[in-house]
Design a protein around this ligand. Structure first.
Ligand SMILES: CC(C)(COP(=O)(O)OP(=O)(O)OC[C@H]1O[C@@H](n2cnc3c(N)ncnc32)[C@H](O)[C@@H]1OP(=O)(O)O)[C@@H](O)C(=O)NCCC(=O)NCCS
Length: 190
């Protein structure tokens, strides 16, 4: 359990961050779908257009669960008072020359629970999980015009640059993405 700042005295305010395996994720699929729909509705594209319907959201999570079952993806959820209030994923690189690298994907905090430290707590857990598995170089990308850019900067991620028109809106309008990385280790790099 992680006690969030300013709320540590109320049991309802305690946020539990845990890694979930495929069977647990399957049991949570409706809540995970609702979380994704909320994030997309908030303006985060996360690979989808708003409105994201139930079928597509469930389909997405079924794909995630299959990859979790195959060990290709690690999934974390944040829960408060029985509700799923956040989630994050880490995809360890399968490349021979990148046993130290992983990509952070689909970090989300429910709109009703933002700016309460849930995103930061999830990323702390992501970084611990990465370290525990020898993944000391984290990479990610996020929409250039999103709040997530401020978030990742605040957490010490370094901006590499932006790619214009990386994704498309439903109306065909291009949206830039910004690439970030963070090294969790002191090592030899060139
Ligand atoms: C990005 C996201 C996960 C942040 O979650 P959160 O729980 O609100 O973040 P936190 O409360 O832990 O914020 C940590 C710090 O990040 C920064 N930050 C977070 N949101 C911010 C915002 N909207 N504007 C400016 N800074 C922000 C602040 O420095 C904040 O610390 P503070 O609240 O003490 O000032 C959330 O905004 C979200 O789900 N966005 C939609 C999905 C998305 O874009 N995900 C990233 C794609 S990979």
């Amino acid at each position: 359990m992680t006690a969030l700042p300013d709320e540590a005295d109320s049991p309802e305010s305690l946020v539990a961050i845990r890694r979930v395996e495929a069977d647990e994720a399957a049991a949570l699929i409706a809540r995970l779908a609702a979380l994704l729909q909320d994030a997309v509705a908030s303006g985060a594209s996360l690979g989808f257009w708003h409105p994201l319907d139930d079928a597509r959201a469930h389909d997405y999570w079924r794909g995630v669960i299959a990859e979790v079952a195959a060990g290709k993806r690690w999934l974390l959820v944040a829960e408060r008072a029985g509700a799923v209030v956040g989630s994050a994923q880490l995809e360890p690189s399968p490349r021979q020359n990148a046993p130290h690298r992983a990509e952070v994907q689909k970090l989300m905090a429910h709109r009703a629970a933002r700016r309460q430290g849930i995103g930061r707590a999830l990323m702390d857990a992501v970084e611990s999980l990465a370290r525990d598995n020898g993944r000391t170089l984290l990479v990610l990308d996020t929409n250039t015009d999103s709040d997530a850019v401020y978030f990742y900067r605040a957490l010490g991620y370094r901006e590499v640059g932006s790619i214009p028109g990386y994704s498309l809106e439903a109306d065909g309008f291009g949206r830039a993405t910004t690439i970030f990385y963070k090294s969790l280790a002191q090592g030899m790099m060139s």
